[in-house]
Design a binder for this molecule. Structure first.
Ligand code: SF4
Length: 325
């Protein structure tokens, strides 16, 4: 990265190859917190064998309620060379992973592409899943054309005041929608792989995250985590996504928000917002969002069943699967 970094819409323009860091807090040297089989993604991503999740350190979005705060805030991370990253991909394939799942990869895209080229040269055949907060620039996503099979972008907030308060990006929504446009342009409408299971293509409202399912071969699954106190914002997002993409994408409507701290003493937050973020989502709130989704005709959706707001769903960032330093 000889030029300044503009991989995401922060456009920090810093020379990360000189050890400098921008908003994401990372130089251009890849750091990881974990690379292991992961069973808690949508059923068509995890299957019963597990997704090969590679957790990258740092984040270009930095939501204040982040469920993976130890890595997004760069507290946990081990440096990994590009050849070592390629070997990690190959090791996950040998362990039986359904795919390579790149988690929060935006700020390392050039290195990831080099590692994928190396791994492909050594026989890597798994589909690639790109799991992002969706603040990637469109130019960065274009670099990934031909490398990514399934995009797993978040669509977190519609309201600009909400995104300004929660991730310091008042333009989040417009940028996320532009990113999703580009992802869908690359993959086209979703395709499932019938050879992986005889379970029919999933339909809304009879799904849990914990069942075996047909693998998604290519496509886009937009994830929306419903936040406590933000039912209106969630409905607005669902309405816009369905109007814009119809049945070409899947939408994953998530209820697993886990308050990682008490926000009530945060002076930068509106007290009502702070109080809501300090609690879990209620069943009533989640049901309201699901009812709205059904009412407007969404059928291609994953929903979460039962009580998912547990810290136990957050993986241990213990360097599992990484080479020793
Ligand atoms: S990837 Fe990091 S350094 Fe580059 S523009 Fe985004 S936040 Fe800034």
């Amino acid at each position: 990265m000889a030029q300044g970094c503009n991989l995401c819409n922060r456009n920090c323009n810093v020379s990360r190859n000189n050890g400098k860091t921008g908003f994401c807090r990372e130089t251009e040297i890849v750091r990881l917190a974990r690379a292991a089989l992961h069973y808690w993604e949508e059923p068509c991503i995890s299957l019963s064998c597990g997704s090969g999740a590679v957790f990258f350190t740092g984040c270009s979005l930095g939501c204040i309620f982040c469920q993976n705060a130890p890595i997004s805030s760069s507290q946990v991370g081990r440096e990994v060379s590009v050849p070592a990253l390629a070997d990690i991909f190959l090791s996950l394939e040998q362990q039986g992973a359904a795919n390579i799942n790149l988690v929060t990869p935006t700020h390392f895209v050039p290195s990831i592409i080099r590692a994928l080229d190396l791994a492909r040269g050594k026989g890597l055949a798994l589909p690639i899943v790109y799991n992002t907060g969706s603040y990637d620039s469109v130019e960065t996503l274009r670099m990934l054309e031909g490398y990514v099979d399934v995009y797993l972008p978040d669509c977190k907030f519609a309201s600009s005041s909400l995104s300004a308060a929660l991730c310091h990006a008042s333009d989040y929504y417009e940028k996320a929608l532009s990113a999703i446009d580009e992802m869908l342009r690359q993959t086209g409408p979703f395709v499932f792989d019938p050879s992986t299971s005889d379970v029919p293509v999933p339909k809304y409202a009879d799904l849990s995250f914990f069942s075996e399912h047909t693998a998604m071969k290519k496509g886009v699954i937009v994830r929306h985590l419903v936040l406590p106190g933000q039912v209106e914002d969630s409905c607005s997002i669902l309405k816009d996504l369905y109007a814009r993409y119809g049945d070409q994408i899947f939408i994953s409507i998530m209820n697993q928000y886990t308050p990682m701290r008490d926000f009530s003493s945060d002076p930068s937050l509106d007290p009502k917002l702070a109080a809501a973020l300090s609690r879990k989502l209620t069943t009533y709130e989640y049901e309201k969002v699901l009812s709205f989704a059904k009412k407007i005709g969404i059928t291609n959706a994953f929903i979460q069943a039962g009580h998912t707001a547990k810290e136990s769903f957050i993986p241990a960032f213990d360097y599992e699967g990484l080479p020793d330093q």
